[in-house]
Design a protein around this ligand. Structure first.
Ligand SMILES: NCc1[nH]cc(CCC(=O)O)c1CC(=O)O
Length: 306
Protein backbone atom coordinates (compact mmCIF):
# COMPACT_ATOMS: atom_id res chain seq x y z
CA UNK A 1 0.00 0.00 0.00
CA UNK A 2 1.47 3.35 -0.95
CA UNK A 3 1.28 6.06 1.68
CA UNK A 4 -1.28 8.62 0.68
CA UNK A 5 -0.75 11.09 3.51
CA UNK A 6 1.60 11.62 6.40
CA UNK A 7 0.02 12.88 9.61
CA UNK A 8 2.20 14.77 12.09
CA UNK A 9 1.40 14.67 15.79
CA UNK A 10 2.87 15.01 19.26
CA UNK A 11 3.62 11.73 20.96
CA UNK A 12 1.44 12.02 24.09
CA UNK A 13 -1.26 9.37 24.45
CA UNK A 14 -3.96 12.03 23.94
CA UNK A 15 -2.29 13.46 20.85
CA UNK A 16 -1.96 9.95 19.40
CA UNK A 17 -5.61 9.15 20.13
CA UNK A 18 -6.54 12.30 18.19
CA UNK A 19 -4.26 11.39 15.30
CA UNK A 20 -5.82 7.88 15.15
CA UNK A 21 -9.29 9.42 15.15
CA UNK A 22 -8.27 11.64 12.22
CA UNK A 23 -6.77 8.67 10.37
CA UNK A 24 -9.94 6.64 10.93
CA UNK A 25 -12.05 9.40 9.40
CA UNK A 26 -9.65 9.83 6.48
CA UNK A 27 -9.74 6.07 5.75
CA UNK A 28 -13.56 6.17 5.66
CA UNK A 29 -13.56 9.24 3.43
CA UNK A 30 -10.99 7.84 0.97
CA UNK A 31 -12.53 4.35 1.18
CA UNK A 32 -9.12 2.93 1.86
CA UNK A 33 -7.23 1.08 4.58
CA UNK A 34 -5.85 2.99 7.54
CA UNK A 35 -2.41 1.78 6.42
CA UNK A 36 -2.56 4.41 3.69
CA UNK A 37 -1.88 7.05 6.33
CA UNK A 38 1.40 7.23 8.15
CA UNK A 39 1.42 8.75 11.60
CA UNK A 40 4.69 10.51 12.37
CA UNK A 41 5.45 11.56 15.95
CA UNK A 42 7.28 14.86 16.35
CA UNK A 43 8.78 15.95 19.66
CA UNK A 44 7.72 19.37 20.90
CA UNK A 45 9.14 21.58 23.66
CA UNK A 46 5.94 21.66 25.69
CA UNK A 47 6.19 17.93 26.32
CA UNK A 48 9.79 18.18 27.53
CA UNK A 49 9.34 20.98 30.07
CA UNK A 50 7.42 19.56 33.00
CA UNK A 51 8.77 21.41 36.00
CA UNK A 52 7.40 24.88 35.26
CA UNK A 53 4.18 26.58 34.30
CA UNK A 54 4.20 26.92 30.51
CA UNK A 55 3.50 30.63 30.84
CA UNK A 56 6.98 30.88 32.35
CA UNK A 57 8.60 28.72 29.71
CA UNK A 58 8.04 30.93 26.69
CA UNK A 59 4.30 30.70 26.16
CA UNK A 60 2.79 30.36 22.74
CA UNK A 61 3.64 27.67 20.27
CA UNK A 62 5.32 25.33 22.74
CA UNK A 63 3.15 22.47 21.51
CA UNK A 64 3.24 23.38 17.84
CA UNK A 65 6.52 24.93 16.68
CA UNK A 66 8.28 21.71 15.72
CA UNK A 67 5.12 20.37 14.09
CA UNK A 68 4.78 23.57 12.04
CA UNK A 69 8.37 23.26 10.87
CA UNK A 70 7.94 19.62 9.80
CA UNK A 71 4.84 20.60 7.88
CA UNK A 72 6.47 23.55 6.14
CA UNK A 73 9.48 21.38 5.28
CA UNK A 74 7.15 18.87 3.65
CA UNK A 75 7.98 16.02 6.07
CA UNK A 76 4.30 15.72 6.96
CA UNK A 77 1.19 16.70 4.98
CA UNK A 78 -1.18 17.54 7.81
CA UNK A 79 -0.89 17.97 11.56
CA UNK A 80 -3.44 17.12 14.19
CA UNK A 81 -3.69 19.36 17.27
CA UNK A 82 -5.87 19.93 20.30
CA UNK A 83 -7.49 23.18 19.17
CA UNK A 84 -7.02 24.51 22.69
CA UNK A 85 -3.24 24.34 22.32
CA UNK A 86 -3.10 25.88 18.85
CA UNK A 87 -1.93 29.53 18.83
CA UNK A 88 -4.44 31.99 17.35
CA UNK A 89 -1.92 32.98 14.68
CA UNK A 90 -0.31 30.25 12.60
CA UNK A 91 2.94 30.86 10.73
CA UNK A 92 2.67 32.01 7.12
CA UNK A 93 2.37 28.91 5.00
CA UNK A 94 -0.03 27.01 7.27
CA UNK A 95 -3.78 27.20 7.77
CA UNK A 96 -6.43 25.45 9.79
CA UNK A 97 -8.07 23.12 7.28
CA UNK A 98 -10.93 22.41 9.69
CA UNK A 99 -12.01 20.81 12.95
CA UNK A 100 -13.39 17.34 13.64
CA UNK A 101 -16.85 17.26 15.26
CA UNK A 102 -16.41 18.62 18.77
CA UNK A 103 -16.47 16.41 21.86
CA UNK A 104 -18.07 17.48 25.13
CA UNK A 105 -16.52 20.84 26.04
CA UNK A 106 -16.97 20.61 29.82
CA UNK A 107 -14.36 20.22 32.50
CA UNK A 108 -14.36 17.08 34.61
CA UNK A 109 -13.60 16.84 38.31
CA UNK A 110 -11.50 13.93 39.46
CA UNK A 111 -11.66 13.63 43.21
CA UNK A 112 -10.04 11.05 45.39
CA UNK A 113 -12.34 10.95 48.41
CA UNK A 114 -14.54 13.94 47.54
CA UNK A 115 -16.57 13.47 44.34
CA UNK A 116 -17.27 17.18 43.75
CA UNK A 117 -15.50 20.52 44.14
CA UNK A 118 -18.09 21.58 46.75
CA UNK A 119 -17.39 18.51 48.87
CA UNK A 120 -13.62 18.95 49.14
CA UNK A 121 -12.53 19.49 52.74
CA UNK A 122 -11.32 22.96 53.77
CA UNK A 123 -7.82 23.67 52.49
CA UNK A 124 -7.60 20.51 50.35
CA UNK A 125 -4.77 20.38 47.80
CA UNK A 126 -5.96 20.64 44.20
CA UNK A 127 -3.63 20.30 41.22
CA UNK A 128 -4.02 22.11 37.91
CA UNK A 129 -1.76 23.58 35.26
CA UNK A 130 -4.43 25.81 33.80
CA UNK A 131 -4.67 29.45 34.93
CA UNK A 132 -8.33 29.43 33.93
CA UNK A 133 -9.12 26.43 36.10
CA UNK A 134 -7.01 27.78 38.96
CA UNK A 135 -8.83 31.14 38.92
CA UNK A 136 -12.27 29.55 38.60
CA UNK A 137 -11.56 27.17 41.49
CA UNK A 138 -10.38 30.14 43.59
CA UNK A 139 -13.57 32.00 42.75
CA UNK A 140 -15.74 29.10 43.98
CA UNK A 141 -13.49 27.77 46.76
CA UNK A 142 -11.00 30.43 47.94
CA UNK A 143 -9.97 28.17 50.84
CA UNK A 144 -8.38 25.46 48.68
CA UNK A 145 -4.66 25.07 48.20
CA UNK A 146 -4.07 25.12 44.45
CA UNK A 147 -0.78 23.91 43.07
CA UNK A 148 0.80 23.44 39.69
CA UNK A 149 0.21 19.94 38.32
CA UNK A 150 1.65 19.30 34.89
CA UNK A 151 2.37 16.27 32.74
CA UNK A 152 0.14 14.16 30.58
CA UNK A 153 -3.35 13.14 31.60
CA UNK A 154 -2.25 9.75 33.02
CA UNK A 155 0.45 11.35 35.18
CA UNK A 156 -2.08 13.78 36.63
CA UNK A 157 -4.59 11.06 37.40
CA UNK A 158 -1.93 9.03 39.20
CA UNK A 159 -1.21 11.93 41.53
CA UNK A 160 -4.82 11.95 42.64
CA UNK A 161 -4.92 8.16 42.96
CA UNK A 162 -1.80 8.22 45.14
CA UNK A 163 -3.35 10.88 47.37
CA UNK A 164 -0.68 13.48 46.60
CA UNK A 165 -3.53 15.73 45.42
CA UNK A 166 -7.10 15.61 46.70
CA UNK A 167 -8.41 16.39 43.22
CA UNK A 168 -7.65 17.65 39.74
CA UNK A 169 -9.66 19.02 36.85
CA UNK A 170 -9.27 17.85 33.27
CA UNK A 171 -11.14 18.25 30.01
CA UNK A 172 -13.84 15.60 29.74
CA UNK A 173 -13.05 15.38 26.01
CA UNK A 174 -9.49 14.24 26.56
CA UNK A 175 -10.50 11.67 29.18
CA UNK A 176 -13.13 10.23 26.84
CA UNK A 177 -10.68 10.01 23.96
CA UNK A 178 -8.31 8.10 26.21
CA UNK A 179 -11.04 5.77 27.46
CA UNK A 180 -10.57 7.21 30.97
CA UNK A 181 -14.00 8.76 31.52
CA UNK A 182 -14.59 6.28 34.38
CA UNK A 183 -12.08 8.30 36.45
CA UNK A 184 -14.43 11.30 36.46
CA UNK A 185 -16.28 11.80 39.75
CA UNK A 186 -18.38 14.79 38.61
CA UNK A 187 -18.76 17.16 35.67
CA UNK A 188 -18.63 20.93 36.11
CA UNK A 189 -21.49 22.95 34.68
CA UNK A 190 -20.89 25.29 31.76
CA UNK A 191 -22.37 28.20 33.74
CA UNK A 192 -20.14 27.80 36.74
CA UNK A 193 -17.11 26.64 34.89
CA UNK A 194 -16.96 27.82 31.25
CA UNK A 195 -14.35 25.99 29.16
CA UNK A 196 -11.19 27.24 27.48
CA UNK A 197 -11.46 28.51 23.91
CA UNK A 198 -11.15 25.48 21.66
CA UNK A 199 -11.62 22.87 24.39
CA UNK A 200 -12.86 19.54 23.07
CA UNK A 201 -12.04 20.26 19.44
CA UNK A 202 -9.39 18.68 17.21
CA UNK A 203 -7.82 21.00 14.63
CA UNK A 204 -6.19 19.83 11.41
CA UNK A 205 -3.60 22.12 9.85
CA UNK A 206 -2.48 21.99 6.24
CA UNK A 207 -0.65 24.02 3.58
CA UNK A 208 -2.84 26.50 1.67
CA UNK A 209 -1.48 25.40 -1.73
CA UNK A 210 -2.66 21.80 -1.21
CA UNK A 211 -6.08 22.58 -2.67
CA UNK A 212 -7.26 19.02 -3.39
CA UNK A 213 -6.23 17.88 0.09
CA UNK A 214 -8.07 20.82 1.67
CA UNK A 215 -11.24 19.82 -0.18
CA UNK A 216 -10.91 16.27 1.16
CA UNK A 217 -10.26 17.49 4.69
CA UNK A 218 -13.37 19.67 4.52
CA UNK A 219 -15.33 16.44 4.01
CA UNK A 220 -14.22 14.94 7.31
CA UNK A 221 -14.50 18.22 9.22
CA UNK A 222 -17.53 19.74 10.92
CA UNK A 223 -18.87 23.14 9.83
CA UNK A 224 -20.65 23.95 13.11
CA UNK A 225 -17.47 23.25 15.09
CA UNK A 226 -15.63 25.46 12.60
CA UNK A 227 -17.92 28.44 13.26
CA UNK A 228 -17.72 27.97 17.02
CA UNK A 229 -13.94 27.78 16.91
CA UNK A 230 -13.73 30.81 14.63
CA UNK A 231 -15.60 32.88 17.21
CA UNK A 232 -13.61 31.52 20.16
CA UNK A 233 -10.26 32.01 18.47
CA UNK A 234 -11.15 35.54 17.33
CA UNK A 235 -12.11 36.36 20.94
CA UNK A 236 -8.83 34.99 22.24
CA UNK A 237 -6.86 36.78 19.56
CA UNK A 238 -8.28 40.23 20.38
CA UNK A 239 -7.60 39.65 24.08
CA UNK A 240 -4.10 38.69 23.00
CA UNK A 241 -4.77 35.35 24.62
CA UNK A 242 -1.47 34.94 26.27
CA UNK A 243 -1.44 32.00 28.64
CA UNK A 244 -0.82 34.39 31.54
CA UNK A 245 -4.46 35.48 31.83
CA UNK A 246 -7.33 33.22 32.86
CA UNK A 247 -9.71 33.29 29.89
CA UNK A 248 -12.78 31.17 29.11
CA UNK A 249 -14.74 31.29 25.85
CA UNK A 250 -17.42 29.07 24.45
CA UNK A 251 -19.59 29.27 21.34
CA UNK A 252 -22.54 27.06 20.47
CA UNK A 253 -24.12 26.82 17.05
CA UNK A 254 -27.72 26.07 16.27
CA UNK A 255 -28.71 26.22 12.62
CA UNK A 256 -27.23 29.46 11.29
CA UNK A 257 -27.13 31.17 14.69
CA UNK A 258 -24.15 31.34 17.01
CA UNK A 259 -24.15 32.12 20.73
CA UNK A 260 -20.92 33.14 22.40
CA UNK A 261 -19.97 33.55 26.04
CA UNK A 262 -16.58 34.87 27.10
CA UNK A 263 -15.04 35.49 30.53
CA UNK A 264 -11.78 36.98 31.76
CA UNK A 265 -10.82 36.54 35.40
CA UNK A 266 -8.28 38.02 37.70
CA UNK A 267 -5.77 35.31 38.59
CA UNK A 268 -6.98 35.04 42.18
CA UNK A 269 -10.58 34.68 41.01
CA UNK A 270 -11.63 37.82 42.88
CA UNK A 271 -13.00 39.59 39.79
CA UNK A 272 -14.46 38.51 36.49
CA UNK A 273 -15.62 40.32 33.35
CA UNK A 274 -17.82 38.62 30.82
CA UNK A 275 -19.70 39.15 27.58
CA UNK A 276 -22.56 37.32 25.96
CA UNK A 277 -23.43 37.85 22.31
CA UNK A 278 -25.27 36.13 19.49
CA UNK A 279 -25.66 36.48 15.75
CA UNK A 280 -25.36 34.68 12.42
CA UNK A 281 -22.62 32.05 12.01
CA UNK A 282 -21.36 33.96 8.97
CA UNK A 283 -20.22 36.67 11.42
CA UNK A 284 -18.53 34.24 13.81
CA UNK A 285 -15.19 36.07 13.89
CA UNK A 286 -16.79 39.49 14.33
CA UNK A 287 -18.95 38.19 17.21
CA UNK A 288 -15.93 36.85 19.06
CA UNK A 289 -14.03 40.10 18.46
CA UNK A 290 -16.93 42.19 19.67
CA UNK A 291 -17.22 40.18 22.90
CA UNK A 292 -13.50 40.66 23.49
CA UNK A 293 -13.71 44.41 22.91
CA UNK A 294 -16.57 44.70 25.40
CA UNK A 295 -14.48 42.95 28.03
CA UNK A 296 -11.45 45.12 27.22
CA UNK A 297 -13.64 48.20 27.71
CA UNK A 298 -15.13 46.96 31.02
CA UNK A 299 -12.16 45.34 32.72
CA UNK A 300 -9.43 47.27 34.57
CA UNK A 301 -6.43 47.28 32.29
CA UNK A 302 -4.14 45.54 34.78
CA UNK A 303 -6.15 42.31 34.46
CA UNK A 304 -4.82 41.84 30.94
CA UNK A 305 -1.54 43.66 31.36
CA UNK A 306 1.47 41.58 32.31
N1 LIG B 1 -3.39 21.77 27.52
C1 LIG B 1 -3.45 20.35 27.54
C2 LIG B 1 -4.66 19.83 26.87
N2 LIG B 1 -4.93 20.14 25.60
C3 LIG B 1 -6.12 19.53 25.26
C4 LIG B 1 -6.55 18.82 26.36
C5 LIG B 1 -7.78 18.02 26.46
C6 LIG B 1 -8.56 17.82 25.20
C7 LIG B 1 -9.31 19.00 24.70
O1 LIG B 1 -9.53 20.00 25.40
O2 LIG B 1 -9.72 18.93 23.54
C8 LIG B 1 -5.63 18.99 27.38
C9 LIG B 1 -5.65 18.40 28.72
C10 LIG B 1 -6.76 18.94 29.58
O3 LIG B 1 -7.04 20.15 29.57
O4 LIG B 1 -7.37 18.13 30.30
Amino acid sequence: MTVRLTIGTRGSPLALAQAYETRRRLAVHFKTSEDAFEIRIIKVMGDEILDRALSEAGGKGLFTRELDQAQMDGQVDICVHSAKDLPTLLPDGLIVAGYLPREDVRDAFIGGAAPTLAELPQGARVGSASLRRQAMIRRLRPDLQIELLRGNVQTRLKKVESGEFAATLLALAGLRRLGLADKVTSILSLDEFPPACGQGAIAITARPQDKALLADLAQICDAATGYALTAERAFLHVLDGSCRTPIAGHATVSGDQLKFYGLVLRKDGSEGYDARIEGPVAEAAALGEKAARKILADAPSDILAF
